[in-house]
Design a protein around this ligand. Sequence first.
Ligand code: ISL
Ligand code: CA
Length: 538
Amino acid sequence: MQAFKQGVFYQIYPRSFKDSNGDGIGDIRGIIQKLDYLVSLGIKYVWLSPVYASPNVDFGYDISDYLSINPEYGTMADMDQLIKEGKKRGIHFVMDLVMNHTSSDHAWFKASLDPNSPYRDYYYHRPGKGKKLPNNWTSFFGEKAWSKNEDGTYYLHLFAQNQPDLNWDHPNMYNEFKHIIEFWLKKGIAGFRCDVVNVMYKTSLDNGKPRLFLKGLEKYHSTQKNHEILRRIRKELIEPYGAFLVGETVMVNTQQANDLLGNESEKELDMVFGFEHMDADQFLVKWFKRKFNPDKFNRILIQWQKDLPWNANYFENHDQPRSVSRYGSAHYHKESAKMLSTVLLTLKGSPFIYQGQEIGMTNVDYKSLDEYMDVETKNIWALAKKLWIPKFYRWHMIKTVSRDNARSPMQWDSMGGFSTGKPWLRINHNQKKINVAIQENDGDSILSYYKRLIKIRQQHPALIEGDFVPLIAKKGVFAYHRVLNNQKILVVSNMSTKYRKIKLNMDGEILLQNYPPMEMKRLRPYEARVIEVTHDQV
Ligand code: ISL
Ligand code: CA
């Protein structure tokens, strides 16, 4: 079993994790200061969202130089030290690799604006069609997918207009990224999280067929050449370093996800972040929320557990609202945060904890649009306004879905503890109640629960290598076994506010539960239990 499958992952959004120099912006030296905290949590791998040079239109996912560090976050020497200090503590770093696009500030793009430049075809520069754009594609951020150059031609961007798409048909493109990938592997990183890795090869620029969202998707979604590029990267670059790839794969079902893992002879990714479970509370697109349906959520999780050999399990990240706000309950804040962690850390696959999730950080409490900084949020507000969506509903959309819900600074103590300066994004006012300092000294806190749960995971091979055997997924109750040889662990959770009777043999040693022990045949609201089933009940 590959080494990474033993460890728990933690995602750091560097801008909001810890500021070491008082400018209100998280930085690499701040992360170094918190490595011992991550050790105390039981973390083995850290996925670091981009720290490369960037004009911050998409806060790092618009890269202007893959081989230098955004000065706001520090220096390359800081980065080298972070990797070294991490290694000393048994913590390995996974860098964020954005191959679909660069920033429009990247030297390649600037050169490509000259039609005679050898960099011209690093991107998709195309003439309009009369008064029309080169095609009818729309972007992930709710805009048109083309923006105009000074010379009257247009360039393609599936994301913000400052994120021009790279042309992977260009003969140099592979070697450009070969150099970047090897540069970082030589620094001793463990692998890469690959951003929107299944849209990077466009088979044509023809008009897309009519669809509500992402017109043009079928021209670039998980294309054959995309697979070929991933196989080549894996074989030539990743395997020689014993590294691994976790791909962010948009709009895939489990069949398409498996295809992106490749097969024994032609591997591609080691695991993927899917989005289907994220659909359990949305209507058509992520911006229209409907009541969360825990059974739908759990049945999708079961599908992915059954269909894939190994999953990258996550319930929140820098793009998603906070899971305790979305899937849990404010009234049962502590119980529901602990229940969600119980599921996340006992599913088969690599668990990814997003910074702050381990203390139950919630969606932000911002009062006006100008408190938000996310480009996607601003674009969707403007688009919703253009579509005559009334202001009160636009506000509901933003409050429930904005990516800034997950980007407010980490709450280290009741004064914030994130920075001595004014944070770049306001800290949630509930920092007084929800913070690391309070919880580190409270054996009943969410943080203490995560620490115990991670230890239990490391002590029970069935929770890592064991088979996933679904038992119940109805009325909010989610129950399953993890079985390895004669070790059988029962995980049972109640993802609802109701008391739930369940007909399940729950005898055995209770390894962990989020309520005071009470022998009863029903589950309390948001109750979770991890039970080692004793042999005679096997
Ligand atoms: O969450 C999303 C899918 O509904 C989108 O908001 C998100 O942009 C998409 O999943 C792709 O995300 C990745 O690429 C983007 C960047 O803005 C995101 O932060 C990154 O995770 C462009 O690089
Ligand atoms: Ca700083």
